[in-house]
Design a protein around this ligand. Sequence first.
Ligand code: IDP
Length: 135
Amino acid sequence: MALERTLSIIKPDAVAKNVIGEIYTRFERAGLKIVEAKMIQLDDELAGGFYAEHKERPFYNDLVAFMTSGPVVVSVLEGENAVARHRELMGATNPKEAATGTLRADYAESIDANAVHGSDSAASAEREVAYFFGK
Ligand code: IDP
């Protein structure tokens, strides 16, 4: 299988918890290489644009408020089957449903503050990587 790239965001709750290194270690142990990375403070426009597909959802405003509440670490991960492998490491969106040993089971507090983002398909990954890092 060819190398694939995916977008990771360590969300403000996980940055505040001081677990960037632990999360990166999990990526690296799973064979995912960090090939681009930056810590940034999102504003309403950047966070809102990133989650534009959720604009009509009832949780959209809270999601944008949460994502702008502190710095995030945005990274591009590369590896075989990177999109699926990263989603597996993350666990379910709602940490109550996330499998034991996943990032969300270990570090997320709630469905709103759920520690990490990962692209959900190869097409999303391409769009999301371009959104933060250009082509
Ligand atoms: P994902 O992050 O696991 O891909 P999505 O469905 O794309 O999940 O939702 C994006 C983000 O929106 C989630 O990570 C979560 O922070 C938030 N979210 C999703 N569903 C809900 C909900 O029902 N209530 C509150 N926040 C939600």
